[in-house]
Design a protein around this ligand. Structure first.
Ligand code: ZN
Length: 93
């Protein structure tokens, strides 16, 4: 995706999904674009497959399916730091 396409996607996804990380809700974090279905599994850059995600979630999710990953992070009753710790544990297997 070009930088312009990414910016456009961020605006549209924020409208659709709200502010903050799609997975953990972290607000104020730097958000990147995550693929619900990983590209390694045939996922595309279509909006329907894109989620705004914080770095911690993006890394932790890896090639997990979205469904699998959401079970780990939602709802997570803690501070962003707690969440990052939990995600590190989860992604370590
Ligand atoms: Zn997150």
């Amino acid at each position: 995706m070009t930088p312009k396409q990414k910016r456009t996607a961020h605006v549209a996804l924020e409208k659709r999904d709200g502010k903050g990380c799609f997975y953990c809700g972290a607000a104020g974090a730097t958000l990147g674009l995550d693929h619900a279905v990983p590209r390694s599994a045939g996922g595309t850059n279509a909006r329907a497959n894109l989620r705004r995600s914080c770095t911690a979630c993006n890394r932790a999710k890896g090639s997990m399916s979205e469904e699998e990953f959401l079970k780990l992070v939602t709802p997570y009753p803690g501070t962003p730091a707690d969440r990052r710790r939990a995600l590190r544990v989860a992604s370590a297997g």
